[in-house]
Design a protein around this ligand. Structure first.
Ligand SMILES: Cc1ncc(C[n+]2csc(CCOP(=O)(O)OP(=O)(O)O)c2C)c(N)n1
Ligand SMILES: [Mg+2]
Length: 606
């Protein structure tokens, strides 16, 4: 059949399916896009020509549409996503931040930026970069480092191998991330004889890899000998659907669990072995237990500095690691025994392996779990006046959200506070993007989450700074009739960075907003139901209204940024200047030197 490259690609994408554990469904829920020259006549025509192929979703900002795709993919445990089409130039490069966020969070998104004419017949086209020393460079080359697969389609028939390669990466649990197919605008419209098999329904069988048997035996031995074992549950537990397997495995052995940002929800918050958040934004339970643990079993975690408190959270000199991860890179971190495999399959493979946490250690973990919960109660009911504290806002939203509802967040002081305080009751109930911590992800990512789970209420918690960076997808949520409940926490600026700056002796320099903003008027102008509340009681009433409402609601509440949630014996490495005329900076540098001495490298060979 003779089709244009764009028509062939859209038909191909509409025919891709994934299957895992016998459940099969389409991989692409649709195609987000903003048209301009570079896609309007190619991909645009192809989408219009085949309305039953890939449903089209119009966005307001290209970065936002990648976030929506990523939020959707994450809520779908990476079993489904969107394609995103853009014009050439700024439309394309607006997606770079979204691409990096998706790749760093290991979430599949397919990016289809328009590219300059392959023929070069009208060079330089509007928005085309001219590079004196290289004729084959375009702005789209900036996608290379932030993509797990990149190709530029210079001839129409090249789309056949490129599209297959793209699908392999998108459906690989280990390799997934942003995939970029840069599409020169003339090539999109060129026709070729498309092989029928290319367009046939194709099912990608999502792999559950079993780790190497010898590695399993070595890991089982190490775990059996442990007295103070600790599991650190990362996003891989949730993506793999391993939460039940994890619960059974730790219950049988009395092994406590700390949760990373992506792994929060691996166990319900009130499970006695759930010590809650670990690391720089960790709670006292997980962080204290981590300090003495002798074997740490990381499951589906990439050991970011927030999880390890910049490599200070584990202090046992004899500590050994076992890393269960589909990604080899992660499985080998911290000199661990590498179990390269799927979390659920690996836990099942270790089901018969004996292990028992020491009784006193278990009792201490239980005591700390209870103490952490009392601390959450305290912070939920802080009674800060005249302005409420952010922790009280979190408490109010948590108490009104249903057990299956979802909280979405990404940057500022909210993610850390949510990590410590949010009571997660469902494995998919906590969707905080903290791999890239992208200001502006919140509303767009929340929309993606809602598209993946329309039967759940989605609570987007967003700071005033993040809101001002990227809030326009409120319009899209209204257009699509996918309701979001947005709670905008206004502390008049970049409070998290202000606090960080003060801790570094820089006094909050450049982090406050002096210009008042009427956020309710702003949100109302976009079409949302918008209110501004002053007290927690008013917030609760507004949240109840929002639950009943059919449209997206934005509730703004001003908070007291000085009533912040403490950090629990944790640290995060940010380096103050080595020399400075500022006295406070010099003092911070000295404190930094002391704290750094707690950093560990975990080099002990097997
Ligand atoms: C796109 C982007 N730019 C800059 C940063 C660095 N940064 C992290 S948090 C933050 C301030 C966020 O302000 P706000 O949303 O009001 O949250 P708050 O810190 O006040 O809780 C900044 C500037 C970032 N994470 N993302
Ligand atoms: Mg703020």
């Amino acid at each position: 059949m003779k089709l244009t490259m764009a028509q062939a690609l859209i038909r191909f994408l509409a025919s891709q399916y994934v299957e895992r554990d016998g459940v099969e469904h389409r991989f692409f829920a649709g195609c987000w896009g903003i048209f301009g020259h570079g896609n309007v006549a190619g991909i645009g025509e192809a989408l219009q020509e085949l309305p039953d192929g890939l449903p089209f979703f119009q966005a307001r900002n290209e970065q936002a549409m990648v976030h929506a795709a990523a939020g959707f993919a994450r809520m779908s445990s990476r079993m489904a996503t969107f394609a995103c089409t853009t014009s050439i130039g700024p439309g394309a490069t607006n997606m770079v931040t979204g691409a990096a966020a998706a790749t760093i969070n290991r979430l599949p998104v397919l990016l289809l930026p328009g590219d300059v004419f392959a023929s070069r017949a009208s060079d330089p086209a509007l928005q085309q970069l001219e590079t004196p020393w290289a004729g084959d460079v375009s702005v789209n080359d900036v996608f290379r480092p932030v993509s797990r697969y990149f190709d530029r389609i210079m001839r129409p028939e090249q789309i056949v191998p490129a599209a297959l390669a793209a699908m392999r990466v998108l459906t690989s649990p280990a390799d997934t991330g942003a995939v970029t197919l840069a599409l020169p605008q003339d090539v999109q419209t060129e026709a070729f004889d498309v092989p029928a098999d290319f367009l046939a329904k194709r099912v990608w069988h999502y792999e559950r890899r079993r780790p190497d048997e010898a590695a399993l035996r070595r890991a089982a031995q190490l775990i059996a000998a442990a007295k103070r074992p600790l599991v650190v549950a990362g996003g891989g537990v949730i993506y793999s659907g391993a939460t039940d397997a994890l619960r059974a495995w730790v219950d049988a052995r009395g092994i406590p669990v700390g949760e990373t940002q992506a792994g929060k929800g691996s166990l319900p918050y009130d499970h006695p072995l759930n010590l809650g958040a670990i690391g720089a934004t960790g709670m006292l339970a997980a962080n204290r237990i981590a300090r003495v643990a002798d074997v740490v079993i990381g499951i589906g975690t990439r050991w970011s500095d927030f999880t390890t408190a910049s490599n200070t959270v584990f202090q046992n000199p004899d500590l050994r690691f076992v890393n269960v991860n589909v990604v080899e890179l992660d499985a080998h971190k911290n000199s661990g025994i590498a179990l390269v495999g799927d979390a659920r399959v690996t836990l099942e493979a270790l089901a018969a392996s004996p292990a028992r946490a020491d009784a006193a250690y278990r009792a201490e973990a239980q005591r700390l779990h209870d103490e952490s919960q009392r601390e959450v109660d305290r912070l939920y009911a802080l009674g800060s006046a005249p302005l409420p504290a952010q922790s009280e806002v979190i408490g109010a939203v948590n108490s009104i959200a249903g057990p299956r509802d979802v909280v979405v967040c990404a940057a500022g002081s909210l993610p850390g506070d949510l990590h410590k305080l949010w009571r997660t009751r469902d494995p998919h109930g906590y969707q905080v993007e903290y791999g890239y911590s992208t200001m502006g992800y919140e509303i767009a990512g929340g929309l993606g989450v809602k598209l993946a789970a329309p039967d759940r209420d989605v609570y987007v918690l967003v700071g005033d700074g993040s809101y001002l960076m990227l809030a326009q997808e409120i319009v899209t949520s209204l257009e699509l009739q996918h309701k979001l409940i947005v709670v905008l926490v206004d502390n008049q600026g970049f409070a998290s960075i202000g606090a960080l700056s003060r801790s570094l002796g820089s006094g909050g320099f450049g982090t406050e907003r002096t210009q008042p903003v009427d956020f309710a008027a702003n949100a109302a102008s976009l079409g949302a139901i918008a209110t501004s509340v002053r007290t927690i009681a008013e917030l609760c009433a507004a949240l109840e209204d929002a639950k009943r409402a059919e449209r997206t609601t934005v509730i703004t509440i001003a908070t007291d940024k000085t009533a912040s949630v403490p950090s629990y014996e944790s640290w995060w490495s940010v380096v103050p200047a080595e020399v400075s005329t500022l006295k406070d900076v010099r003092a911070a540098r000295e404190r930094y030197g002391d704290a750094r001495r707690k950093q560990r490298r975990h080099l002990k060979p097997e």
